[in-house]
Write a protein that binds this ligand. Structure first.
Ligand code: PRP
Ligand code: URA
Length: 213
């Protein structure tokens, strides 16, 4: 894949370890869900390290009073792409417990592989926040491109996308459609199959998170 200024591929040993278990077809729903959350927390820690807004507060230690910077955590809005993005929400909330959540419901049409938007509910004031779009799988990129376009239509200016596994086709598509959006992917897989599934991938993330088929 061509390199893009707005794409970061973590390839971090601790995240890769967890992705190996995530990929394994024998990993059960509970462990899958827990791993998605853990990986999301690690990705959030890394992705937002230069963007977290902080405020100064006063803290009384057992010895004296000092000032300390703390996270202004309502500066971030989390936007999962339903369904599978829901599995990542708690992983961000671990670090930003006061972050509001907007939901965008999208389902890929199995023939065209293009997404249909069936739901959108966003918190008031989202246009002035750092919007973190989350979806574990970036396959053709259609869902992410449309979700980001919808957020831009609503006035959002500061958008980041976080996906656990990306396919080169999808990463390139989003990077080119939205050069102003930083894209964070934990690992870049080989390609898509003819049904739009990522290879080697992990299968259907929504089904594995929620026990559906
Ligand atoms: C999956 C996944 C992404 C999308 C990625 O959702 O969660 O949203 O596919 O594919 P794309 O990059 O080709 O658009 P799916 O449509 O299977 O819906 P679900 O999350 O409800 O299972
Ligand atoms: N959505 C998934 O859940 N898995 C894929 O491999 C592609 C899209």
């Amino acid at each position: 894949m061509k390199s893009y200024e707005n794409v970061v591929i973590f390839d971090h040993p601790l995240i890769n370890h967890k992705i190996a278990i995530l990929r394994d077809e024998k990993t059960c729903m509970k462990e899958f869900r827990e791993l998605v959350e853990e990986i999301t927390t690690l990705m959030t820690y890394e992705s937002l390290k230069y963007d977290v807004q902080t405020v100064e507060i006063e803290v009384k230690t057992p010895l004296e009073t000092c000032t300390q910077r703390v996270v202004k955590d309502d500066s971030v809005v989390i936007v999962p792409i339903l369904r599978a993005g829901l599995g990542m929400v708690n992983g961000v909330h671990v670090l930003f417990p006061l972050a509001k959540v907007g939901h965008i419901g999208m389902c890929r049409n199995e023939e065209t592989l293009e997404p249909d938007t069936y739901y959108c509910k966003l918190p008031n004031g989202i246009e002035n926040k750092l919007v973190l779009v989350i979806d574990p799988m970036l396959a053709t990129g259609g869902s992410a491109v449309d979700a980001i376009a919808l957020l831009k239509e609503k006035g959002c200016k500061n958008i980041k996308l976080m996906s656990i596994i990306g396919a080169p086709e999808g990463v390139s598509r989003v990077a080119e459609a939205h050069p102003d959006v930083k894209i964070y992917v934990s690992t870049l897989d080989r390609c898509l199959n003819d049904k739009g599934y990522i290879l080697p991938g992990l299968g259907d993330a929504g089904d594995r998170l929620f026990g559906t088929k």
